[in-house]
Design a protein around this ligand. Structure first.
Ligand SMILES: Nc1ncnc2c1ncn2[C@@H]1O[C@H](COP(=O)(O)OP(=O)(O)OP(=O)(O)O)[C@@H](O)[C@H]1O
Ligand SMILES: [Mg+2]
Length: 279
């Protein structure tokens, strides 16, 4: 196998709380190549913290430890913030779960996209405008001129999410970590965004980490699925083999998927055992 784009070994994220340390991520290891890797798991299982830790975006009191976080031959652990910034946003981008926290509220969309582009080089004003409009059009924004002139609070949730995606893709990163990137989108726009991401993986060889609580979406869209439960990866499986999952938690998640045309019996209760989150 060729060198993976990203290699993570024994990643831990710990929060010191008044009741003692809380481990949100407990020794997670995975590799990502030029492929689509999905991370699924219930709310609070540590999916977002895993993504943020890779990019050095866990805020105090959170602490990140790992035996390895290597991106294309560079160890990201303890990298000075100045060097981290040249990688973040340029070579690795992250679409955050809530666009309201990642867009700058006092800056018009146009300037935010321009700043993303300037990280990359010195494009002219006309070039910036053209590329911004192209990218917004690609994420199905019908009136890009109006959106460019808007402040984030003037956008709907779904539009904010699309602006975020456009901003993260406009610099053509080699690795994209997308945290619930389509959760605020209606189905048709969601499909379009997935098509764009898919195209970038196939055509440009981008690596994609796709974080979602939606097992059905992840299993149809991704090549490989990591199932997280209470801060650990309990199962790693090729998407097309998901129905052969061996871990009871994954099986439980699969059984919870509603079936179209299926019966209207009681929803199954997801079983959880303390042993699954033990070392
Ligand atoms: N500042 C903090 N202090 C203490 N615990 C925190 C803090 N931030 C996050 N956590 C905890 O870390 C755990 C993992 O959070 P994370 O955001 O990674 O979950 P998630 O899997 O992304 O969930 P969701 O599907 O709801 O987005 C959660 O139990 C959360 O409560
Ligand atoms: Mg999350």
């Amino acid at each position: 196998m060729t060198e993976p784009l990203l290699s993570v070994l024994d990643l831990r994220v710990t929060f010191d709380t008044r009741r003692g340390p809380f481990e949100a991520v407990r020794g997670v290891s995975f590799d990502v190549g030029r492929e689509r890797v999905g991370i699924v798991g219930e709310s609070g299982s540590g999916k977002s913290m895993t993504g943020r830790a890779v990019l050095g975006l866990v805020r105090p009191p959170g602490r990140v430890e790992a035996s390895r976080i290597v991106f294309d031959g560079t160890d990201l652990r303890g990298l000075p913030e100045r060097r981290m910034r040249t990688i973040r946003g340029r070579r690795i981008s992250m679409v955050m779960q809530d666009p309201r926290y990642s867009l700058n509220p006092v800056m018009r969309v146009e300037r935010q996209i321009a700043e993303a582009l300037r990280v990359h080089g010195r494009p002219s004003a006309a070039e910036i405008r053209r590329r911004s409009i192209d990218m917004l059009t690609e994420v199905q924004i019908r009136d890009p001129e109006r959106v460019l002139a808007a402040y984030p609070h003037e956008l709907s949730g779904g539009m904010g999410q699309r602006v975020m995606i456009a901003m993260m893709l406009v610099t053509e990163p080699e690795l994209l970590i997308a945290d619930e990137p389509t959760s605020a989108l209606d189905v048709t726009v969601q499909l379009e965004v997935l098509r764009i991401l898919d195209d970038l993986v196939r055509r440009r060889g981008m690596g994609l980490v796709f974080i979602s609580h939606d097992l059905r979406l992840v299993s149809t869209f991704c090549d490989r699925v990591l199932v997280m439960y209470r801060g650990r990866i309990v199962e790693e499986i090729a998407a097309e083999r998901l129905h052969q999952a061996t871990h009871p938690y994954t099986q439980g998640l699969l059984n919870c998927l509603p079936r179209i045309g299926g019966g209207h019996g009681d929803l199954p209760v997801l079983e959880r055992q303390a042993a699954w989150s033990e070392a």
